[in-house]
Unconditional design. Sequence first.
Length: 251
Amino acid sequence: MTRLPADATARLRTLLGETRAVLFDFDGPICDLFGGRSTAPIAQEIKAMARREWSVLDHVVEACEDSHGLLRILSEMLDRRGDSSLDPTALSTANDIVMRYEYDAVDSAVPAPGIHTLLDTLLGLGKRLVIVTNNAEGPVLRFLELHGMSGKFEVVCGRDPHEPRHMKPDPHLLHRALWSLGRMSPRDAVMVGDQLTDLQAARSAGVGFLGYSTDDEQSGNLSREGAHCVVHSHTQLVAACALPPVSCPHP
């Protein structure tokens, strides 16, 4: 295990020591849902459907190669047009396409290394656990059941199929998570995520952010954009949990 620098260990101990709840992104910290495969083919299928329904697509839609980001961009296109010429049910169809692939992916997806130990460690410390994800709730729940994690999380806050605008980086899902925890204060929670959209959502919600990435470039991006700490493995988190918390103000 690569040791964290002393200053990063101190920040991590403070975050973990003072938090009452840990909000996990799903795809990344919990598992690699698509096994490193690009979601561009899913995006192409969605765009082909949207062309049939809406004819000409905006340039930003055509340029998008990310299936989940495309859901938000299609919603924004619908808002920009501001008329009845576009059938809004195409958004629902797009969501169904993504969810179908998510259900297919969970059957082969494997848990992130060390995640079971980390979850058990956090629960042993009295932390409350929630998943906050742009994935649909159904596939996430199936994955948790397949891998014996269902009882570890109090709730799964996934994307609203009717409101893709509420996907991260919008803080809506984090607000839902805090509400589900009894209207918990944002200062009492920290989010674990691997994307800048996770960091942006956490910042907007007033929640601490702990970056998790095995990719050096992405780790650097998260650090530069203001993550309180970035780890490369769950083993580093488990090790930090074994240390006494540092008593200092929440970052």
